[in-house]
Design a protein around this ligand. Structure first.
Ligand code: GLV
Ligand code: MN
Ligand code: MN
Length: 424
């Protein structure tokens, strides 16, 4: 890498860090980063991103579902297609600063560099800052990118959060338009593809001593709300063998889920119970009902379906043993999605041009690209994060790695432009 490129990478890395820090200040809980979909904090973050996009020379609008869209028109209209670049600005509860925001920051900085360097592209660029990648507030998940992809379901707008607020009402307060969300959908013929830069959220790049990598596919996932219902009773009077204790059944089920995922480890199956609610929830009452969340993922689809079947069978057995009833409500399913070869290959050229080894790896985490793959070809680049730690306030990415990722994104876009020109 020449001195000039190193200087550019350093400056891009430092600017990325400044922008990430500014977004991290926008949180509903002091001392943490929590920015849920359609919250007032999401709205403030969207406003900041809009300002940055305008400063970068983009024409900014907000679609009906709250996605910030910044367009850089093509210099020469040899194609009327748009290359989309995006990620999300919502977070999990007590999140790290980089998961999502870095992809948006990288998109804005790359587009800004493309203009500064006078790079002419035969397509338009559009940076998208989505709002519902995490699926933490409402049971919707990937709703913003699904709307852009034209696959959002109208019933998702009826979902309610833990406070009983309907998604469509939160969207109105946010400034969106529930009646117009179908208009957020893009015409597949107008789109060249979708690129996303995201932190790896796992340990592979760090172990390989690499700053960036090329994503081959994104693991499929199912999410369920599992309800176990038993019988409330007096903690002092009901003998153990006459109880239908929903929490005891839930505890056994959680262990069974863990065991099933361990046994299918070779297929990349992972299962997580991250939420648990117990009713009535009193020290001296036998638990009558437990609702738990189940997040199930795998590298390919069949092992995930197989694990889901095994978990349901285990749940039926456990329910019968404890005199409970059990129900699975699936509220999210996304299949394993492949990143397009042409975008993997152009990413490889871009990464090699920086003198870096172009490692290819899959993504166990979910991304907006999964929804976008229903609209167009997708490509993803990963950036190393310290210790592979994510969904945790300890999440950290070296500014130098972010600078390299932005530079790699600029070169990736240039390489795609060369290929498009060669085609015409
Ligand atoms: C999003 O980060 C997910 O994979 O759950
Ligand atoms: Mn993310
Ligand atoms: Mn996340």
């Amino acid at each position: 890498m020449t001195l000039a490129v190193s200087e550019t990478v350093r400056a891009l890395g430092n600017r990325s860090e400044e922008m990430i820090r500014a977004l991290a200040e926008i949180t509903e809980t002091e001392g943490q980063i929590t920015r849920l979909f359609l919250s007032p904090e999401h709205k403030r973050a969207a406003a900041l991103v809009s300002d940055w996009m305008e400063q970068a020379g983009l024409t900014v609008s907000h679609d009906a579902i709250g996605t910030v869209c910044g367009i850089l028109p093509a210099n020469r209209s040899s194609s009327n297609k748009t290359l989309l670049i995006g990620s999300h600005i919502d977070t999990v509860i007590n999140a790290g600063a980089y998961d999502g925001p870095f992809g948006v920051v990288a998109g804005i900085l790359a587009v800004s560099e493309i203009q500064k360097r006078g790079i002419e592209l035969p397509f338009a660029l559009e940076v998208l800052a989505f709002g519902d990648e995490e699926g933490v507030r409402f049971p919707s998940t990937l709703l913003s990118s699904s709307a852009v992809a034209g696959v959002a379901k109208p019933e998702d707008l009826e979902a309610t959060d833990a406070d009983g607020i309907r998604l469509c009402d939160a969207l109105k307060d946010f400034g969106g338009d529930p009646a117009a969300t179908a208009k957020a959908a893009r015409d597949p013929d107008s789109v060249l593809g979708y690129l996303e830069v995201h932190i790896e959220q796992g340990p592979v790049l760090e172990a390989e001593r690499l700053s960036v990598g090329i994503v081959t596919s994104i693991a499929g996932a199912n999410r369920y709300r599992v309800t176990l219902s038993g019988m409330a009773g007096h903690a002092g009077t009901v003998p153990m063998h006459l109880r239908s204790d929903a929490l005891v059944g839930a505890a056994e089920l959680i262990c069974a889920i863990n065991q099933i995922a361990h046994e299918a480890n070779d297929h990349g199956v992972v299962a997580t119970v991250g939420e648990l609610s117990v009713e009535p929830g009193a020290v001296n009452v036998i638990p009558a009902e437990v609702v738990l969340s189940l997040d199930l993922r795998a590298a390919t689809d069949e092992p995930r379906h197989e694990a889901a079947r095994a978990i349901k069978q285990a749940a039926d057995k456990i329910a019968a043993k404890h005199g409970l009833s059990v129900g699975f409500e699936q509220y999210h399913e996304v299949s394993t999605c492949l990143c397009a070869d042409r975008f993997q290959n152009t990413a490889e050229k871009a990464i090699k041009s920086l003198g870096l080894r172009p490692l290819r790896l899959m993504s166990g985490a979910g991304h907006d690209g999964q929804a976008m793959s229903q609209l167009t070809d997708i490509g993803m680049m990963f950036v190393r994060c310290q210790g592979g730690i994510s969904h945790n306030p300890l999440e950290y990415v070296e500014p130098h790695d972010m600078g390299l990722a932005v530079e790699a994104l600029v070169r990736w876009i240039e390489t795609i432009a060369e290929e498009e020109r060669a085609k015409s």
